[in-house]
Design a protein around this ligand. Sequence first.
Ligand code: SF4
Length: 364
Amino acid sequence: MKPVGIYVHIPFCASKCGYCDFYSETSAEGQEEYLHVLSQEIRSYAGTGTRADSLFVGGGTPSVLRADQLNRILDSCRDVFGLSGECTLEANPDSVSPAFLEEVRRGGYNRISFGAQSADDQELRLLGRRHNASRITEAVREARCAGFENLSLDIMLGIPEQDAKSLARTLDTFISLEPEHLSCYLLKIEEGTPFARKHMERYCAGEDQSAELYLQAADTLEQAGYHQYEISNFARPGKECTHNLKYWRCEEYLGFGPAAHSFFRGERFYHPRGLDAYLESNGENRISDGPGGDTEERVMLGLRLTEGISYDTLPLTEIERQNFLRKVKKFTKAGLLEQKNNRIRLTKQGFLVSNFVISDLLFF
Ligand code: SF4
């Protein structure tokens, strides 16, 4: 069996950012109990012969936990899955210190991903982030000193009042920090968040301006030597996130903790949001999401990657294949798709309307 990826969700944050829809609690209560149940859930796979070659500890804010607590999670994964390879820790610039970074690096984390978002203090304040721009620079310096040679920064696009000039400053600042990887996400106003209640969309970039900001980021990063390998992700050659590639290539992974999703032995399942329910069920409140890895998923996920998909292996009937190829031709002519050696991939313009192109391709 191919090694899987391991995702661990840390459902704690020091405070909530106004736009955030990820599951997390702002109280530190229950952290030790959580680690205990989490370890039990991980250990429930002992003896199944499952191996893992990547770990991603995300959240929430993993760096609100102590380094020894985070190292215990990694140790459990080593014991049970013989974990090797890329081990990413998500962290916020405000909640790391040199001692913390040295300890988690020594514990085995070899990649760190900072939720940096912007180098503009006003934008960071609007987002409700706890750090300012200079703290990002310090955190990156501290991570390098601690021995992290693989480092990623998140950038947010479409922040209220962000324009081409402020985005250019953020991009220049972040590029000057020489991260190996950058992720650029478009701010989405999610229902139920403080941003939705305050109708913050009034101050955010509209569709056209968002498209311009996205293309500006993609062009700037490519000129700086970061190649785009996924709609939102850019890396130095060889520094693509191997864990996240598993999601888009429809490879298997196990997710632990509330709100974590899994695709394992052909089945998809997940834990619902909610720390209490997770603790009460001893980590056994998994909900089945049916079989995974069908054609629809492979097209939907694979076309997020610039490597695209090979379409001659898709299990389609003759009529479906003809319909599919007709649409591929139409989108290629429109400049939204590229075709090479029986593979198709979205162009940069195609990425801007990826939902439309993918759902049309899948309507056989
Ligand atoms: S730190 Fe991250 S997970 Fe926590 S509230 Fe902010 S965006 Fe959400």
